[in-house]
Write a protein that binds this ligand. Structure first.
Ligand code: HEM
Ligand code: HEM
Length: 144
């Protein structure tokens, strides 16, 4: 179960990242051009939120079963990264994305809906990019 979850969590990063980049690009360009809010836009923003919430659930389980999470060995880079830095960065990013989705959903005009996605998902994307254990940063991390 552990190995399956790590692979799911690692592979799903790409789906989440592609959706996030598409959502941020759409949000910012439609905010700037003051375009309409289509059903396609709504689905893109929703599927992006779902991919992020799914990462959140899998990550939460990994937090309890991963051998790379150990709060009594925080002086070692690997344990500190997964136990503190990855978890905190992702929690803040997921909160920003959920707040952005929720506020965008409740906003009444199209430009505001796109602007909220562009800003909140954009900040979330930057934090996620900075918190992913990229193989060139963290020993033992994979690309997929
Ligand atoms: C609060 C939310 C999250 C928690 C608690 C969490 C937790 C974890 C933990 C404990 C690991 C270590 C697994 C191991 O190798 O033993 C891990 C690895 C990883 N996480 Fe997260 N995660 C979260 C969100 C995310 C998000 C949003 C992404 C990307 C969109 C992400 C991408 C990754 C990747 C790429 C790995 C490395 C997997 C590998 O080594 O191949 N995580 N996460
Ligand atoms: C402990 C885990 C989770 C927490 C704490 C959580 C939290 C939230 C919150 C606070 C919202 C509200 C956004 C709003 O104001 O509309 C939300 C929306 C949503 N979440 Fe999650 N979520 C979790 C797991 C998941 C999972 C695993 C999925 C799907 C695979 C998911 C799918 C959704 C969807 C589809 C919505 C949007 C509903 C709508 O259209 O309003 N969530 N979630």
């Amino acid at each position: 179960m552990y190995s399956g979850l790590v692979h799911a969590h690692s592979g799903l990063r790409w789906i989440a990242l592609v959706l996030l980049v598409a959502a941020v690009g759409t949000g910012i360009s439609k905010w700037q051009s003051r375009s309409q809010y289509t059903d396609g836009n709504r689905k893109l923003y929703l599927f992006t939120l779902i991919s992020i919430h799914t990462q959140f659930i899998i990550g939460l389980i990994l937090l309890f079963i991963s051998p790379k999470v150990n709060f009594s060995m925080l002086s070692e880079k690997l344990y500190r990264f997964y136990s503190v830095e990855h978890t905190t960065g992702m929690l803040i990013a997921i909160a920003l994305i959920t707040i952005g989705y929720s506020r965008s959903k409740r906003a009444s005009d199209a430009t505001t809906k796109h602007r909220l996605i562009g800003i909140f998902y954009g900040l979330g994307l930057l934090l996620i990019l900075a918190s992913i254990p990229w193989p060139f940063r963290i020993v033992g991390a994979g690309w997929f």
